[in-house]
Ligand binder design. Structure first.
Ligand code: NAD
Length: 229
């Protein structure tokens, strides 16, 4: 079976109603998102950081559903070995049925211990508050890779990217590293797609098809084409 590797970003969830950082002009309540999603913010104002994620988690638990792009990728599993590397913290790929998803920037529906990062907990509801503790008695934090923190899954993402027969970049501004650098590890000879209605930071690489279209429109068409090829 041919291997399709996907790098997805916030844009693939935009049609599900999850705002990209770009949509919100990079701001939340007049704070730059980089200043909220950071270890410094957690030290200075953990209540604010928890609230930022509680709002997003509530939306994910109660409102947001996968869209046509997530479903098209899940369906490709019938004909291809599909591996998804996502920068998204939502679980919309999994909800749509994708089996092989690697989260580079963490997962919104999980919390982890501030005493031992190996203690990660699946959350049953959206709220995480001051006073919610791990089994060691330490405060829980969102299981999110904040700006300025290292990306623990990047080595695995590089290995997966190197195995691709087809590589797709979907809905990412290609500005957030190290994820944006993954294309450098992909075999230059294989077919690559970059699907983003505002594709701007176009990597200078061979065999790259740029599709300036919404993921929910473009992906079902691409998936159909790939199946009959
Ligand atoms: P970004 O906000 O920098 O870029 C999003 C990209 O999506 C833009 O280039 C935009 O043109 C494109 N886009 C918008 N609508 C689209 C659509 N319908 N179809 C296809 N593309 C569309 O996001 P990023 O590049 O993923 O990186 C920023 C960081 O934001 C990441 O670290 C990610 O973890 C985080 N983030 C995640 C979520 C989520 O989990 N859903 C949401 C917002 C931000």
């Amino acid at each position: 079976m041919k291997k399709i590797v996907v790098l997805s970003g916030a844009g693939i969830s935009a049609e599900s109603g999850v705002k990209t950082f770009r949509d919100s002009k990079g701001l939340w309540r007049n704070h730059r998102i980089e200043e909220v999603a950071s270890p410094i913010a957690w030290n200075n104002n953990p209540e604010m950081v928890l609230e930022f994620y509680n709002i997003r988690r509530k939306q994910l638990f109660e409102e947001v559903k996968p869209n046509a792009a997530h479903y098209a990728l899940a369906e490709l599993q019938n004909n291809f070995d599909v591996k998804i590397i996502t920068q998204n913290v939502d679980d919309l790929h999994e909800q749509a049925g994708s089996k092989n998803v690697l989260h580079l920037h963490g997962e919104l529906k999980k919390a982890r211990s501030t005493a031992d990062e190996r203690l990660v907990y699946e959350m049953k509801s959206w709220e995480l508050n001051i006073g919610d503790k791990c089994e060691l008695g330490s405060q829980l934090r969102p299981h999110i890779v904040w700006f300025g923190e290292s990306v623990p899954n990047i080595e695995q993402a590089i290995e997966i990217s190197q195995t691709a027969d087809i590589f797709m970049v979907i809905g990412t501004s290609m500005l957030v590293y190290p994820a944006a650098g993954l294309l450098n590890y992909v075999n230059p000879d294989i077919e690559k797609y970059y699907i983003d209605p505002n594709a701007k930071n176009i990597p200078d690489i061979r065999n790259l098809k740029i599709i300036r279209e919404k993921a929910g429109i473009a992906l079902p068409i691409i998936a159909k084409d790939l199946k009959i090829k």
